[in-house]
Design a binder for this molecule. Structure first.
Ligand code: MSP
Length: 508
C-alpha cells in the first residue's frame, strides 16, 4: 500500500505560526510512520498565493505582489526543516505548471457544460474568501472571522456543484472512512441534507486581477478555491505525468476544521466533474488556542515555529503537539505546558530510563549487549507489555490517534522504570552468583528500549536516531521487524551518549 499525503497550501498573507506547524508536523509524522511500515509515501505541502487577501497584505507591506508572495512562500519553506518536516514536494499556485493545469481544467469543465454565467448577489466574507449563506452567520457575522460579510452584486461564472450533490451523499455514506473523525463526517452530511447551491468560481478582473485568468473569458480570474484545490493534482503531474494515477489513488488530505466545506464538498464534486475519482480520505483536526485564547495578530499571542524550536528544540515541540491534542478536537498551547511535558515525560521518564539503562550496561556488562538467561515472570511481563505496545501503537497511529499511541509508549516507559527499581541491578552486580540474573535484567531493558526507540522514529526523529545509534538498532529497520523479542545481538557494543533531553529550568 502507498500513501500520497497533503497539507493545505497555506495563504501567504501571514507568516507561519503554530497552527500551520501542527498540520505540517502531523503530515510529516504520518509520512514517517508509513515509511516505518515499509510503505511508499509522497508528502506534499506548499503555498496558496492568489486572491484579495494576498494583494491587501502585499499593499500593507508596501511591496509588489510577486515579490511579496516569493518572500512569504520562502519563509514557509524555510520553516519546515526547523521542525524536521521533510516534504517531497513544495507547490506554489503561482507556478506556471499549476496555472496551466487550472486553465485546462476550467476549459474542460466549461465544455462539458458544468460552468455557466449569471447575475449574482450575495454575502461575501473576505476572511473565508467565499460567499457565505445567511444560515452560516452568527449575529450577522462570519463565526470564523467575526466580521460582517459584504453585499456583493456582480455577474460571475458558476460551477454546477448541485448536479453532484446526490452522488456525493452516496459516496460519503458508502465509504465510512472518507471523512474522519466522525463528527466532521456528520457535519458534512448534515450540510448536504439541504439543497446545495452552485459554486461561484470567478471574480471580475476589475475587482481582482491577482488570479488565474479564465481561459474562456479574459475579463475574469478564477476564484481562489477553484485554483487552490487543484494543487493536489497539479503537484503530482496531472493529467499525464507518469506517477499521477498511482499517486492519486492513494491520496489523503490533512486539514483543520476551518476549511472542511471546500475540501469535503467543493473538491470531490470538482473531481467528479473532471471525471476523476475522489481522494481516498480526508482527515480533519481541531484548532490550537494559546493560553485558552484564540490565536490572533490583534491579541498579539501568535506563536511562531522558529521561536518554539529555539526554546525547546524540534523533537520536544513535535512530541508536545502530538501528545497534547486529541486529533479532531481543539487544544491549548502554552510555554508552561511544553516545559512540563519536556521535564516530566521526556527528561524524567524517557531520558532517565535511557541513560540509567545504558550506564548500567556500560558499568556492569563492559558496554555490550548482555546474553540473557531464562526469563522470569517479571521479565516476561515487561517483554509482553513492550510487544503488545508495538501492536497497539501501530493501530493507534493508523487512526491518527497520536495521543493514545504515545500514551501506550509512555505506559511501557513507566513499567520499565519500575522494573529497574524492582530488580535493582546495582544490587545484583554486587553478587557474582547473580551475574546471569543481572544480564537477563539488563538485556530485558535494552530490548524494551529498542521497541520504544522504534515507535519514536516518526515522532521525534533526532532523539530516536540517537537512541537507535546507541543501542545499536538498524536505522532502516521497519516496524514489523521489531515485533519480536531478542533482536539485539548479544555482544554488540552499546554506547552511552549525552543526555537525550536535559531538563529545562524555565520557559522564557
Ligand atoms: N489557502 C487555504 C487552504 C487551501 S488548501 C487547497 C487556507 N490557508 S491557511 O493559511 O489559512 O491555512 C489553513 C490551515 O492552517 C488549517 O486548515 C490548518 O491546517 C492550519 N491552521 C491555521 N490555524 C490553525 C490553528 N489555530 N490550529 C490548528 N491548525 C490551524 O486556508
Amino acid at each position: 500500500m502507498s500513501l500520497y499525503l497533503t497539507t493545505p497550501i497555506f495563504y501567504v498573507n501571514a507568516q507561519p505560526h503554530l497552527g500551520h506547524a501542527y498540520t505540517a508536523v502531523v503530515a510529516d509524522t504520518v509520512s514517517r510512520f508509513h515509511r516505518l511500515l515499509g510503505r511508499e509515501v509522497f508528502f506534499q505541502t506548499g503555498t496558496d498565493e492568489h486572491g484579495d487577501k494576498i494583494v491587501q497584505a502585499a499593499t500593507a507591506a508596501g511591496v509588489e505582489v510577486k515579490e511579496y508572495v516569493d518572500r512569504i512562500s520562502a519563509l514557509f519553506r524555510e520553516t519546515w526543516p526547523l521542525l524536521a518536516v521533510e516534504p517531497d514536494n513544495y507547490i506554489r499556485t503561482t507556478d506556471p505548471g499549476h496555472q496551466a493545469v487550472v486553465q485546462q481544467i476550467l476549459q474542460q469543465v466549461h465544455e462539458r457544460g458544468d460552468i455557466y454565467f449569471r447575475d449574482y448577489s450575495g454575502l461575501y466574507c473576505r476572511g473565508c474568501e467565499r460567499f457565505i449563506t445567511e444560515k452560516e452567520l452568527v449575529d450577522g457575522k462570519c463565526p470564523d472571522h467575526l466580521t460582517a460579510p459584504e453585499e456583493v452584486a456582480e455577474q460571475n461564472y458558476f460551477f454546477r456543484m448541485s448536479r453532484y450533490q446526490q452522488w456525493l451523499i452516496d459516496h460519503i455514506k458508502a465509504n465510512p472512512d472518507f471523512i474522519s473523525p466522525e463528527r466532521y463526517r456528520n457535519e458534512v452530511l448534515s450540510f448536504l441534507s439541504e439543497p446545495l447551491e452552485d459554486l461561484c468560481i470567478s471574480r471580475p478582473v476589475s475587482r481582482l486581477s491577482w488570479g488565474i485568468p479564465l481561459p474562456f473569458d479574459s475579463n475574469f480570474v478564477t476564484y481562489v478555491w477553484f485554483d487552490a484545490l487543484i494543487n493536489y493534482i497539479s503537484g503530482i503531474g496531472y493529467p499525464d505525468g507518469p506517477d499521477f494515477t498511482r499517486r492519486w489513488a492513494a491520496a489523503e488530505h490533512l486539514i483543520a476544521k476551518d476549511i472542511l466545506k471546500p475540501h469535503a464538498i467543493f473538491w470531490p464534486t470538482m473531481l467528479k466533474a473532471m471525471g476523476l475519482p475522489p481522494y481516498r480520505r480526508l482527515h480533519v483536526h481541531g484548532y490550537w488556542n494559546v493560553n485558552e485564547t484564540k490565536m490572533s495578530k490583534s491579541i498579539g499571542n501568535v506563536v511562531r515555529p522558529a521561536e518554539m524550536v529555539e526554546q525547546f528544540g524540534a523533537d520536544t515541540i513535535r512530541y508536545f503537539l502530538l501528545r497534547e491534542m486529541s486529533f479532531g478536537l481543539d487544544a491549548s498551547y502554552s510555554d508552561q505546558a511544553v516545559l512540563a511535558r519536556r521535564n516530566s515525560d521526556l527528561a524524567n521518564d524517557l531520558g532517565n530510563l535511557f541513560s540509567r539503562s545504558l550506564t548500567m550496561v556500560k558499568n556492569f556488562c563492559q558496554g555490550r549487549v548482555p546474553q540473557p538467561g531464562p526469563l522470569g515472570p517479571e521479565d516476561r511481563e515487561l517483554a509482553n507489555a513492550a510487544l503488545a505496545m508495538l501492536a497497539d501503537y501501530r493501530e493507534k497511529m493508523e487512526q491518527l490517534a497520536f495521543r493514545q499511541a504515545l500514551e501506550a509508549v509512555w505506559e511501557v516507559i513507566g513499567r520499565a522504570n519500575r522494573y529497574i527499581v524492582g530488580n535493582a541491578p546495582w544490587e545484583l552486580a554486587k553478587d557474582p552468583a547473580r551475574e546471569e540474573r543481572l544480564r537477563t535484567v539488563l538485556n530485558t531493558l535494552l530490548e524494551t528500549l529498542r521497541c520504544i526507540a522504534c515507535t519514536l522514529k516518526p515522532v521525534m526523529p533526532a532523539a530516536a536516531a540517537r537512541m537507535a545509534a546507541a543501542l545499536p538498532l538498524d536505522p532502516e529497520a521497519n516496524l514489523a521487524d521489531q515485533q519480536q523479542w531478542g533482536k539485539l545481538p548479544p555482544g554488540a557494543p552499546v554506547t552511552v551518549g549525552e543526555n537525550l533531553f536535559p531538563r529545562i529550568k524555565q520557559a522564557k
